[in-house]
Write a protein that binds this ligand. Structure first.
Ligand SMILES: Nc1ncnc2c1ncn2[C@@H]1O[C@H](COP(=O)(O)OP(=O)(O)OP(=O)(O)O)[C@@H](O)[C@H]1O
Length: 255
């Protein structure tokens, strides 16, 4: 790896715009996220947070501007190619396989990240190293005792934990989590925060989250998006004290 690449931010967006038809949803976003940073993107409903994730992860092409992951341009790259640059994302809606066991879901995440597809399942499923890696990950997720249960039978919070596991299974250095604690009780949220803290240790974490206790408890830096524009990007204390942010967003939620 070159020195330039070593110094590059994990993610950099320059003047990124996204239009759907004539509507401009993301309007000239500049954002630089350092390696190892835990970064939260907050803002009112419809501000464009998920769209931003979709642009970073390559689900949608940008209309103009540029995005780099680890110093490399993602222009014209498919989501799986961006994934191979070391970026992995979760979705707002759970994307687990409900009829497969918890163990099989994790093993699937590991296989997928290694570039294999389901047709290789049986052949590779016997591999001892793969099974061991899956079991280790289940332990980190505190789901070992659910190993052989159909994933669809897990509690909602456990399903979200499993999803985080699938997201990190490939060892990605940059993890994008979309509303990881949505729909959870206080105690479930506390467990999810502990899990996210542990799995993102030493990695770059970017999350979209509405729960301000999660945001202010986890993030090193917070970006506030309003109507597709960044109105502030700063340390949590500065965000909390920012009058424009208070007016546009924090005044309306418990922070
Ligand atoms: N594929 C699409 N086609 C057209 N419009 C879209 C598309 N995806 C999102 N939008 C619009 O872009 C705007 C931003 O949506 P987005 O889901 O990114 O907001 P958000 O900040 O994540 O909101 P929330 O907090 O409610 O999840 C919305 O007005 C939405 O209707």
């Amino acid at each position: 790896m070159s020195t330039i690449a070593l110094q590059a931010p994990a993610i950099e967006l320059r003047d990124v715009c996204k239009r759907f038809g004539r509507t401009e949803i993301i309007r000239g976003v500049n954002l630089s996220i350092s390696r190892g940073e835990r970064h939260a993107i907050i803002g009112p409903n419809g501000a464009g947070k998920t769209t931003l994730f979709n642009l970073i992860s390559g689900r949608f092409p940008i209309s103009s501007g540029s995005i780099t992951v680890d110093g490399k341009s993602t222009a014209n790259l498919a989501p799986q190619e961006i994934n191979r640059l070391g970026l992995s994302r979760s979705f707002q809606i759970t994307s687990i396989f409900p009829r497969m066991t918890v163990f099989e879901n994790i093993r699937c995440g590991l296989l997928w990240s290694q570039g294999y597809r389901y047709s290789f399942w049986n052949l590779l499923g016997r591999q001892k190293a793969l099974n061991e890696a899956a079991d280790q990950l289940l332990e980190r997720l505190k789901l070992s005792d659910r190993r052989n249960l159909q994933a669809g039978l897990l509690s909602y919070a456990e399903q979200r934990a499993l999803e985080i596991g699938i997201t990190i299974a490939g060892g990605a250095e940059i993890i994008l989590l979309d509303e990881p604690t949505a729909g959870m009780s206080h105690s479930e949220t506390d467990s999810a925060v502990a899990l996210i803290r542990s799995v993102s240790e030493g990695k770059t974490l970017i999350m979209v989250e509405h729960d301000m206790s999660v945001v202010f408890g986890l993030a090193d830096r917070i970006t506030v998006l309003v109507y597709g524009e960044v109105i502030a990007s700063d340390a949590p204390a500065a965000i909390r004290g920012n009058a424009a942010v208070q007016e546009a967003y924090l005044g309306t939620v418990a922070a």
